[in-house]
Structures are given as structure tokens and as C-alpha cells.
Unconditional design. Structure first.
Length: 271
């Protein structure tokens, strides 16, 4: 009992404040990296650290030496790998946003967002106006958002229709959507390297597949040639969707976050 009393005496207000500050900083860092590819990289770092500790405890000298070398190299690689997240953290710190508890809303208004996107896609399909809309899910797409023109506007079918009007400055790129917000327009996306893809598919479809291969984003494409509506996800493409099937597919994808268990998706997929 006396030992516990001694610990309590030494555990003063400054210790409590110190722990709370560290906990808050870690919480904010996790919020910054959440929803980005850095989460998977962070998990890999944690696995390496655990493996290093175990190898040291079990006296596995060769493995421990190798893991320590990897960690040493990692200290130089981390600023490069986590560059987007570090830049965003410093930006938030400079604007005072690091100490704010507000976050981007990613779930509220999803149903209305889907309705607005579906209505715009159907109208664009009727006039055979090419369009590419990318909806962000868990993987952050900031690196692609930064290639376009920032908008920060609420998703609406009217705005989407205007953005894709031919011969306008922003019509020839992708519109990036997060939650119920249009982040940017005229964005550049990576093209798929799939050589088995149908030769009739153009740059928009290849960009839709490319971003879906490198992230878990959902891409909605309207073809200029056919007026067909397609959805790209997980490196695959569902083509020639009707209004109802498009709405249902987007609901399934944006709620379940995966297309693997959707029978409709598996039946009409094209690689």
C-alpha cells in the first residue's frame, strides 16, 4: 500500500498534463493519416518494430541486425513516403487547424450526393457529354486533388453539369468528390496499365480504372462516343448502367466500401 501512495504522491498535475498533451498529439496525427495510404504504411512500420523487439528478445542476431538496418534506412525514407501527410499536418498547424476537432464529413449526406451524381450522369449521357467523377472512400486522394482547380463546393447536379460543358476550362479532367463536397475539378489521374482492356475504351475509362487500381475510390464515367455510363472500382469496370442500376451500385459501394460481395457487380464486370 505504501508503494502505491508513493507513486500517487510523485504523480503530480504536470505528469497528468504531459500525458494528456501526448495523447492529444497522437490523436491528431492519427486523424491526419486516417483515410490515406499512409495508414497501410504505418501498419507496416509497426509490424517491423514489433518484429525487431521479438528478434532481440529471442536473441535472433541475424534477423535483428537486418531489421535494425531497415529501421535505420526507414528514418531517411519516412519523410519522403509520408510527405503529403507531413505537409498537411504542417499546414494545419500553421492555420491553427491542428488543434481543431472538426473533420471532413464523409458519411453525412451520402444519399443526396448519390442522387445528385446519378441525375447529372444520366443527363450527361443523354447529350453524350464526356465526364469523369471520382468519389473518395477510405484512401485519400489529395495527390490527385492538387493537380486540379480547387472548388470546395457542395455536390449538386447543376454544378456537375456545368463543369463538364465541352470547351470549358475544367471539362477535360476528373471531378474529385469527398463526402458531399466537390474538392476540385480538372484533375489528372493515372492511366491503367492493363493491356487486356477493350481497345474501344478511351482515356476517361483508362483513368477511371487507373485511380481505382491505386486506391479504393469509385469512378463514374460517361462516354462521349456511346453515352454509356460506367463505374470503375477495384481495378474493374461495370459498363452500360441504367439510372436505377447506377444508383443501386453506388449505394452498395459507398455503404459497404467494397464490390466483392455484390452479385450485380460480378456479373457485369469488364477488365
Amino acid at each position: 500500500m505504501s508503494a502505491w501512495l508513493q507513486i500517487l504522491r510523485n504523480f503530480n498535475v504536470l505528469n497528468i498534463l504531459d500525458i494528456l498533451i501526448v495523447a492529444f498529439v497522437l490523436y491528431r496525427v492519427l486523424l491526419i493519416v486516417r483515410g490515406t495510404r499512409a495508414v497501410q504504411l504505418l501498419k507496416g512500420v509497426i509490424v517491423i518494430l514489433i518484429a525487431t523487439a521479438l528478434s532481440s528478445a529471442l536473441h535472433l542476431q541475424a534477423l535483428n541486425w537486418l531489421l535494425n538496418k531497415i529501421i535505420t534506412v526507414g528514418f531517411f525514407a519516412i519523410p519522403v513516403v509520408f510527405q503529403p501527410e507531413l505537409r498537411r499536418a504542417l499546414d494545419q498547424l500553421g492555420r491553427g487547424g491542428f488543434f481543431s476537432f472538426s473533420e471532413h464529413q464523409t458519411t453525412e449526406g451520402v444519399a443526396k450526393t448519390i442522387d445528385e451524381i446519378v441525375f447529372a450522369a444520366v443527363q450527361l449521357a443523354k447529350t453524350r457529354t464526356g465526364a469523369l467523377i471520382v468519389v473518395e472512400r477510405k484512401t485519400g486522394l489529395s495527390e490527385y486533388v492538387e493537380t486540379g482547380t480547387a472548388l470546395g463546393a457542395r455536390v449538386s447536379s447543376a454544378l456537375l453539369l456545368n463543369l463538364f460543358v465541352p470547351n470549358t476550362p475544367l471539362h477535360d479532367g476528373a471531378v474529385m468528390v469527398r463526402g458531399d463536397e466537390i474538392l476540385a475539378a480538372g484533375c489528372f489521374l493515372p492511366l491503367t496499365e492493363n493491356r487486356e482492356l477493350d481497345k474501344q475504351l478511351g482515356t476517361r475509362h483508362r483513368a477511371a480504372l487507373g485511380v481505382s487500381e491505386q486506391s479504393d475510390a469509385v469512378s463514374i464515367v460517361v462516354s462521349e462516343e456511346t453515352g454509356g455510363i460506367s463505374v470503375g472500382v477495384d481495378g474493374s469496370l461495370v459498363r452500360f448502367l441504367s439510372e436505377n442500376s447506377l444508383r443501386q451500385l453506388l449505394k452498395d459501394l459507398l455503404v459497404t466500401k467494397s464490390a466483392r460481395n455484390i452479385p450485380f457487380f460480378r456479373k457485369r464486370v469488364a477488365r
